[in-house]
Each structure stands twice: as structure tokens, then as C-alpha cells.
Design a binder for this molecule. Sequence first.
Ligand SMILES: [Fe+2]
Ligand SMILES: [Fe+2]
Length: 183
Amino acid sequence: MICITMHKARIPEPVAEQLNRQFNQEIAAAHSYLALSIWCDVRNLKGFGRYFVKQAGEERLHAERILKHLTDRGAVANVIAVPAPKQDFRTLLEIAQQAQAQERANTQGVQAVYEAALGAKDYAAQVLMHWFINEQVEEEDWSTEMVERVQAATCAGSVGDLDRHIERYLEEEVRQVPGNAAV
Ligand SMILES: [Fe+2]
Ligand SMILES: [Fe+2]
């Protein structure tokens, strides 16, 4: 169990525990994306490598976002040891599937925090988690698209071609949502 210091905390303990667990899960996700980027870099898949470096940075920012919430409400977060991420992949498809599995697990983690916040009638944590719930829709979208695009890259030279365009593919939207143009 993850313990956080609740001295003078202004947050229900079950919510703080879940947020602390998710804080560490986001850091572990960053660590894993770093491993995925290294696998790609050494195989000259620089587009995939850059994309995973960017994801690692985003996961760290997610951890910071949760940490700020805990700190603002007087809870002292516990930074636990980060498990060694999986590194022994054989194919680019396994890499993409790892990203997808990780994002699905992250969605489960985010939902567990939200459940705790609902149960405790913790409105502040619920609002915080709304951002994360939305974010996970996007994260599952790009990781699923990545799996599908790698699966479709079957002919000779197509993986190199995909690597040159993967960042643009995953970032472009089919349509602009009003008020969302700058996101
Ligand atoms: Fe995240
Ligand atoms: Fe993510």
C-alpha cells in the first residue's frame, strides 16, 4: 500500500491514496516511454523515437499536475521506486501494442481515482480528474491508431515511410472542434 502523510491534509484519505498511486503510475509511464524511445532510436526509427520522448514528457507533466493537487490540499505525496520498464521487444508492432496497453492501464488508474472522488463526494478531485478522463480519450486514440498503422505497414520500405510521417499522422485531427483549435 502507498502511504501518504495526511497531517493537516484537506482531502479525504481514500482520494489522496488513489491520487498518490496515480501520481506514481504516471511517472512509471514516463519511464516506459523512455524505454520505447530508446528501442526506436537505435533502429533509426527517429519519428517513433521522438514521439515517445514527447509522451514521456507529457506523462511527467501529468504526475506534476496530480502532485500539485495533493500539495495544495496539504497531503505529502510518497514517491515510490519506479519499476524497470519492459525493454525486450522484437518488433515495432510490439512497441505500439505496449503503448496501447499502457494507455489502457492508465485509463483504469484514472477511473479508480474518479471512483474514490465520487465515493468521498470530493468535488475538487472530481474536477481534476475530468481533465485526465478527457486526456485518456486522446491517449487511447493515438495509441490505437499507432497499432493500426504499424499493422498496415506490411510491404518493404513501408515501416521507414511510416516512421517519417508518424508524428504528423498521430497529431492531425479529422476535424476541428470549435474552441479547441489551439489544443
Ligand atoms: Fe498520463
Ligand atoms: Fe499517456
